[in-house]
Design a protein around this ligand. Structure first.
Ligand code: NAD
Length: 492
């Protein structure tokens, strides 16, 4: 099913910005097929986009909130109308099954709608009359926002930034990942056209574009989702001009299975499997290490493998029977395989999960058969590092305290989950260092756009989603109107 490649342009000041240098994006299911081309912008192009966003901010920040909401609602409708086409493009360039692409767009729309519904109330000025006069606590827009996004959820991780930034009166330059640049560009186009030129700009490219976006003095805020190592470069680049920052970074989320977890509960077991292998494990908030109480470890492993074998069907993202598609890129396949090989070399057992529906296609694309790794140690790279792919280690723990210790033994702290009787699980959850802890579910199955999402430790700072996700694009501005009486301790 080869289709002609689509061409994407940067958008600067409401216009398509054409450059000769174009990078192909391959289809991970059929790597010989080019799905489309995205521009390779330069630092000079990026400076143009930032300059435009900077100049536009002067007028855009004065626009009424009703106008912004009205424009955003039109953009939402545009995306709704184009969902089938965008989802298809996303599956082709990314490799995620069609249901997963549709889900990503669905969550994006949910958040954009929530942001439109809530923004007025969340950022309205708080006016306080008090014994020393009157104080207005206003929420001002910050300025030009540089948004930099990864390849795994390119649309939702861009709209999570675009909607609050624009609704609160900021302007933006967005740079998606070169590993999934196409579908998100269509979405940006559908949003940008509803806003005055220069409010939402799009550039493409590699780290040099990212460096400009994070160091340019005209940029006031960075909204970044990606790897923790990249974030360290970004913090350094931004230091000279003290930029605001929201950083959503890597995770190594623990799932703790308590001794009172019902291993006969097939639905719960399937939820756990999904929370390991959805999007072929390429989700920041996927459960990446499973710790099981030693008293149920053996039966758990047996039931887990049974459930995984039922749910995991590897194949073409456009086949309706498929639950797991290929990995997005070859580098990631090699990295995940190296972690598995390392564990195997140290004596761990690697068990293959699920069915491969089309062996020929499997050989052609960047596929990996999902695996579970048994007998690894807490210090092994498969446990310590973020694998970001279709494999998961299962380790035993002795008691609740031990489980908490193992879960917290990580530089990361994005999400986590506890599986067992609710009261017991909540008790454990309170001791886990994470931005979110879910009970008897995990990963996107427990995500709710109404509540703040983000990490602790090296998983990031700041929050997206929820009211905090709107406030993150504002600065608090206090306007004080005190009684002009003299202060008693200042001499005349
Ligand atoms: P990455 O850090 O390699 O790239 C992310 C973006 O940063 C890309 O657009 C890339 O081009 C850009 N970039 C690269 N170098 C840069 C630099 N020096 N300055 C500025 N920008 C630069 O991440 P990735 O491989 O695309 O995504 C996977 C990572 O993202 C994983 O670690 C995953 O956990 C994380 N992630 C986190 C969340 C979250 O919400 N916490 C969500 C999704 C993904």
């Amino acid at each position: 099913m080869s289709e002609s490649p689509i061409m994407i342009d940067a958008i600067i000041n409401g216009e398509k910005y054409k450059v000769d240098n174009q990078a192909p994006r391959e289809n991970p299911t059929h790597p010989a097929e080019v799905v489309g081309y995205a521009p390779v912008n330069t630092r000079e192009d990026t400076i143009k986009a930032i300059d435009v966003a900077y100049d536009t901010f002067i007028t855009w920040r004065e626009s009424s909130i009703d106008e912004r909401i009205k424009r955003m609602r039109k953009a939402i409708q545009n995306i709704k109308d184009a969902t089938p086409e965008i989802a298809k493009l996303l599956s082709r360039e990314h490799g995620k099954p069609l249901y997963d692409s549709e889900g990503e767009i669905g969550v994006s729309l949910m958040w954009m709608e929530y942001a439109c519904d809530q923004v007025k109330e969340v950022i309205k000025s708080d006016v306080q009359e008090h014994d020393n006069g009157k104080t207005i606590i206003a929420r001002d827009a910050i300025g030009v926002v540089s948004a930099i996004t990864p390849w795994n959820y390119p649309i939702s991780l861009s709209t999570i930034k675009i909607a609050p930034a624009l609704l609160t009166g900021n302007t933006m330059v967005l740079k998606p990942s070169p590993l999934a640049p196409l579908a998100v560009s269509k979405v940006v186009e559908l949003i940008a056209k509803e806003f005055p030129p220069g409010v939402l700009n799009l550039v493409h490219g590699e780290a040099d574009v990212g460096v400009e976006l994070t160091s340019n003095p005209k940029v006031a805020k960075i909204a970044f989702t990606g790897g923790t190592e990249t974030a360290k470069h970004i913090m350094k680049a931004a230091a000279d001009t003290i930029k605001h920052m929201t950083l959503e970074l890597g995770g190594n989320d623990a799932a703790i299975v308590l001794d009172d977890f019902d291993i006969q509960d097939e639905k719960a077991m399937r939820r756990l499997v999904i929370s390991n292998f959805l999007t072929a494990g390429q989700i920041c908030m996927i459960a990446k290490r499973i710790y099981v109480h030693k008293s149920i470890y053996d039966q758990f492993v047996e039931k887990y493998i049974e459930a995984a074998n039922k749910w995991i069907r590897v194949g073409d993202p456009f086949d309706k029977n498929v639950t797991v598609g290929p990995v997005n890129n070859q580098k990631q396949v090699k990295y995940v395989q190296s972690l598995i090989d390392d564990a195997k070399g140290k004596g761990a057992e690697v068990v293959k999960l699920g069915k491969i529906l089309d062996q020929e296609l499997y050989e052609e694309g960047y596929f990996m058969q999902p695996t579970v790794v048994l007998g690894a140690n807490q210090e092994d790279p498969i446990v310590v590092k973020e694998q970001f792919g279709p494999t998961v280690p299962i380790l035993p723990f002795n008691d609740d305290e031990h489980a908490i210790e193992l879960a917290n033994d990580s530089i990361f702290g994005l999400t986590s989950s506890v599986w067992g009787k609710e009261e017991h699980a909540v008790k454990i959850a309170k001791h886990i260092q994470a931005g979110t802890t879910m009970i008897n579910t995990a990963a996107v199955q427990g995500l709710d756009v109404r509540f703040p999402f983000g990490g602790v430790k090296q998983s990031g700072m700041g929050r997206e989603y929820g009211k905090e996700g709107l406030l993150a694009y504002t600065d608090t501005h206090v306007i004080n109107i005190p009684n002009t009486k003299d202060l008693p301790y200042i001499p005349e």
